[in-house]
Unconditional design. Structure first.
Length: 281
């Protein structure tokens, strides 16, 4: 069986010649997904065999490092093309519909945790009633629940702050310099004016006006990705190694399946569009 290239290798190849195009990140993302799927298999094996805490923690650390490598790579690409990071072509339409500033909403991690905890609590209710520790996410302690609640409140507060930052950044697209520039360009188009020299000057003006707005988007994306990673790390830190394995399994399964379902929906829609186009000829 062939072994897929590592995301580190894909990252090295993509940036070897300072190639920071969206297509290159797409290749890196595909490599990263393949690794995530392998990590999922490792997590499931560790869960089923109930490995000692030391081995479980080593696996957890490796999975968290994998997430961290993704956000480091994304940050590098965002410095060159933040617009591609905010509107990722490698995501399906289904995934894109649920994106928050180029990725998953941090508070969603708590919904995932409590959903998984509820399912495991119901499945092992008889054992818990008998006082048997299940060591999964249905067996969260009062202290853990308090910590998670505090962290969720802080995360939601930061998330709202970043959402407000994004709103303010988006509003700058209608500020006075943009409105004036769009008016000047529109008048030139209507009058069919502008020689080569004037067009070059105008293009420079457009770029200089857009540049700070794009830079602002990069800063917002960086804060959003930082909160995503800190939320994931913080939740895992509160959980026991065995509970963290269950949480990381749920996170990987949801991510991989949503990506897979979305891709299939896009493919079906594309095939339907092609069939409609061909039948109308």
């Amino acid at each position: 069986m062939s072994v897929p290239p590592s995301s580190a290798l894909c990252l090295s190849q993509a940036t070897e010649h300072s190639n920071f195009e969206g297509e290159s990140f797409h290749k890196f993302f595909d490599c990263w997904l393949a690794e995530q799927n392998q990590h999922l298999n490792d997590l499931i094996e560790a869960e089923s065999s109930q490995v000692p805490n030391e081995r479980a923690q080593a696996l957890i650390d490796r999975v968290l490092e994998h997430y961290e490598s993704y956000y480091k790579a994304k940050s590098r690409w965002a410095k060159h093309d933040v617009l591609a990071m905010l509107s990722p072509s490698w995501r399906s339409s289904l995934e894109e519909a649920f994106l928050w500033i180029g990725g998953w909403r941090p508070s969603m991690a708590f919904h995932l945790l409590y959903s998984k905890s509820s399912l495991q609590f119901e499945a092992r209710l008889n054992e818990l009633i008998q006082g048997i520790r299940t060591c999964d996410m249905g067996d969260l302690s009062a202290a853990q629940l308090t910590q998670l609640d505090d962290m969720q409140r802080r995360t939601i507060g930061e998330e709202r702050g970043i959402t407000d930052m994004m709103a303010k950044q988006q509003e700058t697209v209608a500020d006075a310099p943009m409105v004036k520039l769009s008016q000047v360009v529109s008048e030139m188009i209507r009058a069919n004016e502008g020689g080569e020299g004037e067009n070059k000057e105008l293009e420079d003006k457009i770029e200089s006006t857009l540049e700070p707005k794009v830079e602002g988007l990069e800063k917002v994306l960086q804060k959003a990705d930082d909160l995503r990673l800190r939320t994931l790390q913080g939740i895992v830190h509160i959980l026991s190694p065995q509970q963290a394995i269950h949480f990381l399994i749920a996170a990987a399964e949801l991510h991989l399946r949503l990506h897979e379902w979305g891709k299939k929906k896009d493919e079906r829609r594309a095939n339907e569009d092609n069939s409609t186009h061909n039948s109308s000829r």
